[in-house]
Design a protein. Sequence first.
Length: 364
Amino acid sequence: MTPAARRDALRALLRAAELDALLVTDLVNVRYLSGFTGSNAALLVPADGERGTRLATDGRYTTQVAAEVPDVPVLIERDCARGLVAAAGADGIRRLGFESGHLTVDAHAALLEVARDNGEVELRRAPGLVQRLRAVKDETEIDALRTACAAADAALADLIAAGGLRPGRTEREVAADLEQRMRQHGADAPAFDTIIAAGANSAIPHHRPTDAVLTTGDLVKMDFGALRAGYHSDMTRTMVLGPPADWQRELYALVAEAQGAGRAALEVGVEVAAVDAAARDVIIKAGRGAEFSHGLGHGVGLEIHEAPALSATGAGTLASGLAVTVEPGVYLAGRGGVRIEDTLVVRPDGAELLTLTGKELLAL
């Protein structure tokens, strides 16, 4: 879907919300609706058609914006949002929605001043409209996600083949090695700060790599992803250095069973909370419910965490084209933890798996 088609889809939501236009200030949403990737921008999208659509950015991006957004008039203005509110007033827009989940209190106060000085513009909260569109991916977006996942898969395979996961290396060394290999396989950057957690650190869900040294007998939890063309992959694999102990095998088998149950529950029309429950119930029945301390997964795309939230409190149902993670984990404080995570796309005939690295317990 082109940015212009996405703007058309947004207009239907604006009309339903009784808005004359939307002021888009979240840069991720600006990119989604226009294709512009600069660091300072805002977009005005009227509800009644393309006429009046404007993108604002500053003079640093004159050449870039002309190349990336040839179909939208551009306002060169350092204070992008203020400039577009003034333009909205001049165009006779009265009910102007704004991304209230993104705008600061001070920025909102400044826009109110501009609105008062430019006709009868009324600023109305309009949170989450673009995010609602972004949740369902088109095939171009899914291709970008697939490419990002492939870069992460290939990097991990290279790391293992080169002996990069071995006793004596530090968590930081492994993280840097893995990130470099993702770049070598086409990633623009890591999708987020890579998690390498060895031994007792693997029981910390979002551990940050340290100078802790990998040791024989350690569980090593690796949560990482690649960024490609703006889209993020997300995968977690847990391995063991040397022969696994019985408790490590049992813990891994439990998480693998829960992860399989969560993946199998990804069907169009299923409540997101039911997907979480499908995996969580496996762990609860094993007596480990208190040690699964986070939601089952989340949407992924232009941001690493997007709608929907696959959690016990998540709202809504699965739709075809949603890209989500399924990542149950069980964490035994002071001993170690296991998490297994994939990125998948919900399809009418079953979820498509994008992260293809095997999920058997690998002993290195």
